[in-house]
Design a protein around this ligand. Structure first.
Ligand code: 7TS
Length: 405
């Protein structure tokens, strides 16, 4: 049992009242709230340490550089990467995927080649590949999923061919909550000699991730969905792959020597970190990892599973309730519709009761097309959420349901 009271005390925003009601924050898949330790690290950085890294001879710069590189090591250990040079700081998952799609596309995609993604990807794991494929004359193949929200691995096997250059799938679906069997997906791709990128935006704060055990070639995630600030994300790449990829952006920091005739590039990971990074956000990411590890990833996962089971069971007792995504292996994301009610109306009425959910297509329009719906209402839980909040949410739905029919 987690001490959720002690955890919640670290998040002042959770004491907010909305329209006179206590805030119930169930929009964690969009972004999590930040504990005091993360906010303190960020503000302390600007109050006491602000300087540019890797370039100043002075105390502030060398201390900030040291903390920045210590964070890289912390991230390495958090996802069990083999080397810290395999950790590239980006602005978020979107930038991490764009980096790989752009660099990999330029180096390895040719006319007639194929990229495999899944039907349940976030737009940020679709559009960058479409751009890369368009530029190179390659095409995209899509792994279908069942109504339950599970990928069809037989169909996946039949999509792989000697034209496949890369597979890119999410670890956890932000709309359906499905935990995809990525280890198996990676193993199958590797038997064809094909590398795999995993979009981990919705997994790293909910389940323990070990990139060496998964044997993925790339793994992408965002700080802001794991209790850290917006503006920082991570691209993990196996050294052998990052070495082979051309730079994404050119500029300061990513070079060794520049002349008008010829420029040579810096070593990993700096080759992919052009320009001044968001240093304060990176340092605060270290505090976010400390926060999660202080609780323990397995304890976080167990608590959130309890919330998921409880909320699912209570929601299914409501007449005309439909949940989209009932995979065997799920994280704490519940997408639903009540009868024919428009998701936006449900979301707006819940908001008036202080309950924050997300409505719409959640940047996964192909999932909406699969079910033939315009959108869903999505409740997503984090470590600080409680069963009492779920009771509050269910009472709210029971109250608004008659207004919606
Ligand atoms: N991939 C997945 C699976 C996501 O859920 C998201 C964001 C992204 C990529 C992009 O992350 P970003 O940090 O670069 O924006 N998902 C959501 C969501 O579900 N609601 O708001 C953002």
């Amino acid at each position: 049992m987690l001490d959720t009271k002690a955890i919640r005390q670290q998040f002042k925003i959770l004491d907010t009242t909305v329209y006179g009601k206590p805030l119930v924050y169930f929009d964690n898949a969009a972004t999590t709230q930040k504990p005091d330790s993360v906010i303190d690290t960020l503000s302390d950085y600007y109050r006491t340490l602000n300087s540019n890294i890797h370039r100043g001879a002075h105390y502030l710069s060398s201390t900030a550089t040291e903390r920045y590189e210590q964070t890289r090591e912390k991230v390495r250990s958090f996802i069990n990467a083999a080397k810290s040079c395999e950790i590239v700081f980006t602005r978020g998952t979107t930038e991490s995927i764009n980096l790989v799609a752009s660099s990999f596309g330029r180096a390895f995609l040719q006319k007639g080649d194929e990229v495999i993604i899944s039907g349940m990807e976030h737009h940020s794991d679709i559009v960058p590949w479409q751009i890369a494929c368009e530029q190179r004359g390659a095409s995209i193949k899509v792994i279908p999923f069942s109504d339950k929200g599970e990928l069809d691995l037989d169909a996946y096997r039949s999509l792989l061919s000697d034209r496949t250059r890369i597979v890119a799938v999410n670890h956890v679906s932000n709309t359906l909550g499905t935990v995809n069997p990525v280890k198996e997906i990676i193993g199958i791709a590797h038997s064809y000699g094909v590398p795999v990128l995993i979009d981990g935006a919705q997994s790293v704060s909910h389940i323990a991730v070990d990139v060496q055990d998964l044997d993925c070639d790339f793994y992408c995630f965002s700080g802001h969905k794991m209790y850290a600030p917006m503006g920082v994300g991570v691209l993990y790449g196996k050294e052998q792959w990052l070495d082979k990829l051309p730079p994404y952006q050119g500029g300061g920091e990513m070079i060794k020597d520049v002349s008008f005739e010829r420029t040579t590039y810096n070593n990993l990971p700096f080759k992919f970190e052009a320009g001044t990074p968001s240093v304060g956000d990176v340092l605060a990411l270290a505090s976010a990892i400390d926060f999660m590890q202080g609780i323990g990833m397995d304890n976080i996962a167990a608590h959130e599973q309890e919330l998921l089971q409880y909320a699912t069971q209570r929601l299914l007792a409501i007449p005309d309730m439909h949940i989209f995504g009932m995979a065997e292996n799920k994280t704490s994301v519940i997408s639903f519709l009540i009868g024919n009610a428009h998701p936006y109306d449900t979301g707006t009425l819940l908001d008036k009761l202080g309950i924050a959910v997300r409505t719409g297509h959640h940047c996964t329009q192909p999932i909406m097309d699969h079910y033939g719906i315009p959108g869903t209402v999505r409740a997503s839980f984090a470590v600080y959420n409680t069963k009492e909040e779920i009771d509050n949410f269910i009472t709210g739905i029971e109250r608004i349901a008659p207004m919606l029919s």
